[in-house]
Design a protein around this ligand. Structure first.
Ligand SMILES: C[S@@+](CC[C@H](N)C(=O)[O-])C[C@H]1O[C@@H](n2cnc3c(N)ncnc32)[C@H](O)[C@@H]1O
Length: 437
């Protein structure tokens, strides 16, 4: 950590990171929500960026780090808020992010700043870890060894007996930062030149895409805050995973079509749709606050004209004008089990029942939206999940209920029956393209 941001920023980063970790592991709040609050409370963007990186790293490894902490202390720390400080400190030591003496001293200082009586305790736990590190690393229980809850591992093992190990390993690594160039504002070549001029190494992802067109995407060699991306504020570029960038080209929406983006927020795919074609677009999301982010994104990208509606896509009577759609994108709410390296809080907040409960919501949305599609029209059902109940199982059940639906095969590298597993260059996604016959 040293060398990237000044010492004052790093000191406050440790405090913010501890708060973020506590928000997820103690209060059960989502990281995005906790980050929004941190942004409001803390002005220094360098401290925030460093805190974010520490908190994400700690949460990715939280199975292992919590095991270390329990072995070192024997009982939960008191007050509970010390947990965040201790886990972040253990993460720094475990991952070798800073010299050991700095990780220990600075973690003790950050914790003692709030809990002066805990100085000795925090110091003892971290120094104990330094001494016992090798022994603690032996015979780890499952959740600690793989950094996933037991139920999640069991499900991956059952559904992916040959791949679960590589899925877990890749999801314990930081994700790549992938960019989508707004072709209405820049060409891929021009934007690559901008990146080179800014000294930002990058590669191309998705150059296997079958047609000339929306892919390839650009993958940065090292992530950086979006505000530091050339042309971000001017809407020349967006950040979007390669797997997610496949959605809009798969939908094949052409100029003049009437299109529904049924679960649109925060608008990653809404922007992509309008970058590629002039559409009569309705973008819907149940969450009014998240829907504001769709507007912000479209404004940034310079894309006007979409109709934004805060409503339940599963209750068309409340928002539909009765005119059928040529295309429907249903990017359904899901467990997000394909993107946990990007949202590591998800694996600690989700429960075993969630996949089944979400499958119920997905099925309700599919049923409600199918009648809104024109004959000959296409619906793209998408999730960023790996679990069968939300993906292949969901679509099989839908097809068995709807003789007027035909699933069109999608042939893309690495994809098996619509399912992409997470890999070095992309997250896990599922796509099913349904034609209304
Ligand atoms: C996977 S996210 C969509 C991501 C978005 N398509 C993108 O590319 O940025 C799922 C969204 O579905 C919304 N949602 C969940 N249930 C809904 C419902 N019944 N009607 C409309 N939106 C819903 C959530 O608020 C969430 O924003």
């Amino acid at each position: 950590m040293s060398g990237r941001a000044p010492a004052v920023a790093i000191a406050s980063a440790r405090r913010i990171a501890a708060d973020l970790v506590n928000a997820v592991l103690i209060d059960g709040r989502g990281l995005t929500q906790a980050l929004t609050r941190s942004r409001a409370d803390h002005a220094d963007p360098r401290a925030l960026a460093a805190a974010q990186s520490l908190a994400y790293g700690t949460l990715r490894e939280a199975g292992r780090l919590r095991h270390f902490l329990a072995s070192l202390t024997g009982k939960p720390p008191e007050p509970a808020e010390l947990t965040g400080h201790l886990l972040v400190g253990l993460h720094e030591l475990d991952a070798g992010l800073s010299p050991d003496y700095a990780a220990v001293n600075e973690t003790v200082a950050a914790a003692a700043n709030r809990f002066p009586f805990a100085r000795g305790f925090v110091n003892a736990v971290l120094r104990n870890f330094q001494r016992r590190r090798a022994a603690l690393d032996q015979n780890l229980p499952e959740q600690a060894r793989w950094n996933f809850p037991g139920w999640w591992l069991a499900r991956l093992r059952a559904e992916y007996p040959d791949d679960w190990r590589s899925i877990v390993e890749i999801q314990n690594q930081p994700p790549p930062m992938t960019l989508r160039v707004n072709q209405r504002r820049s060409s891929l070549d021009d934007y690559r030149a901008e990146l080179r001029n800014a000294g930002l190494d990058h590669g191309i992802g998705g150059d296997w895409w079958p047609s000339t067109g929306p892919l390839p995407a650009l993958i940065l060699a090292r992530p950086l805050p979006v505000a530091d991306l050339p042309g971000f504020a001017d809407g020349r570029v967006s950040v979007q995973d390669l797997g997610a960038q496949a959605a809009v080209p798969l939908l094949e929406a052409g100029n003049g079509m009437r299109v529904l983006d049924a679960c649109a927020a925060p608008g990653g795919k809404t922007g992509h749709l309008l970058e590629l074609a002039d559409l009569d677009l309705t973008a819907l999301d149940r969450d009014e606050i998240r829907l504001r982010r769709v507007r912000d994104n479209l404004d940034r990208l310079g894309l006007a004209g979409a109709r934004l509606i805060a409503a339940d896509a599963g209750a068309p009577a409340t928002w539909w004008d009765g005119r059928p759609f040529d295309r429907i994108l249903l990017d359904a709410p899901c467990t997000a089990s394909g993107v946990v390296r990007r949202h590591p809080d998800g694996k600690w907040l989700k429960l075993a029942d969630d996949a089944q409960q979400l499958a119920g919501q997905q099925s309700r949305l599919l049923e409600a939206l199918w009648p809104l599609l024109k004959p000959g029209g296409r619906m793209l059902y998408a999730t960023c999940s790996l679990f069968r109940a939300e993906n292949a199982g969901q679509i099989q059940a839908f097809l068995s209920r709807h003789p007027d639906a035909r699933r069109e095969p999608i042939h893309l590298p690495g994809m098996r029956e619509g399912q992409w597993l997470p890999g070095p260059d992309m997250d896990g996604f599922f796509y099913a393209r349904l034609l209304k016959t």
